[in-house]
Design a protein around this ligand. Sequence first.
Ligand SMILES: Nc1nc2c(ncn2[C@@H]2O[C@H](COP(=O)(O)OP(=O)(O)O)[C@@H](O)[C@H]2O)c(=O)[nH]1
Ligand SMILES: [Mg+2]
Length: 376
Amino acid sequence: MFSFFKRKPKEPAPVPEQPASAQSAPAPAPAAPLTTSPAPVSVTPAVVTPPAQNVQEVQASAAQPAEIVAAPAPAPEQKRSWLSRLKAGLAKTSSNLTTLFIGARIDDDLYDELEAALLTSDAGVEATLFLLDALKKKVKEEKLTEAEQVKAALKTLLIDLLTPLQKPLVLGQYQPMVMMIAGVNGAGKTTTIGKLAKHMQTHQQSVVLAAGDTFRAAAREQLTIWGERNDVTVIAQESGDPAAVAFDAVASAKARGTDVVMVDTAGRLPTQLHLMEELKKIKRVIAKGMDGAPQEVLLIIDGNTGQNALAQVKAFDDALQLTGLVITKLDGTAKGGVLAAIAKTRPVPVYFIGIGEQIEDLQPFNAQEFVDALLN
Ligand SMILES: Nc1nc2c(ncn2[C@@H]2O[C@H](COP(=O)(O)OP(=O)(O)O)[C@@H](O)[C@H]2O)c(=O)[nH]1
Ligand SMILES: [Mg+2]
């Protein structure tokens, strides 16, 4: 079973943030057709946008659908291709972890090698020691005698460790659902927003984007042009206050009955304290626009970041109370073990993982699949 999002049935008890009046005026106009231009979001700087009123409404959003209908799961061959690319991305770690079991005796050398391989994979000290202890216990209790059995036991332990991170992003619970997207520069925030917006559209969700990366004109234009191509309203502002842009986007979504607001933000390091304060402010201002919003606060992490990823999760979580993570670029030189470190030390759910720049390269995180790719 594969599903991109989980949706909440629209029928039962209304959520507080969802006053009946907001739902009661569905625009009768048909949804605008979606374009299919590939790889829509890139960092290429762009054509100059029209000079502006303060807030630019780039394009009207699609009409609010009466009912949310599930989109079909990807074709099996598409899924297979995705899995094999995930495997290819994690090949180095996979080969390190797998070869040490080949023809090995179950002794201290094996555990030492496993410890080194796990540390090399970015699993971190805490998760590595936890896994080794649990594995030794399991070997004893289950009286395992073959290295292959130990490998299988490790696989089970890894799946158990990572499964709590697996959580679907639920659509249709709030109107609008407001998502704030944070992360360091180049992590893949804007690309991920683009992919998510596309996926949401296939789930009949209307989307408005807030171009909150107001530091760079190119970033704003990147999102604006992408929005024009993809029938997504983009709220941008020249004045450079990202909190105001986010607030306007929430107001626009409330007025139009848009399903999802995604707020892009400028990249920042957790050590840049004034910029972390700015993020907190954006979050506070969003809450002024809508009680309980943002309901989702996502941190985008470049999978190649290594152990620093854990530091990022901790810092952004402390500042913003993250609801989810997206780990991108697992197609490159990423080692993958950092998910174990996150699971052990700061288990924020991983909604999606990315293995490339195309829309279909972003998929929900599945612990079993991931461990299959990591240890086969
Ligand atoms: N290989 C690969 N590249 C990605 C992935 N996600 C994003 N990128 C690339 O990473 C670069 C930075 O992405 P961008 O979304 O602009 O990052 P931002 O600064 O966080 O908004 C772009 O060139 C993206 O195409 C991924 O999963 N795999
Ligand atoms: Mg960006």
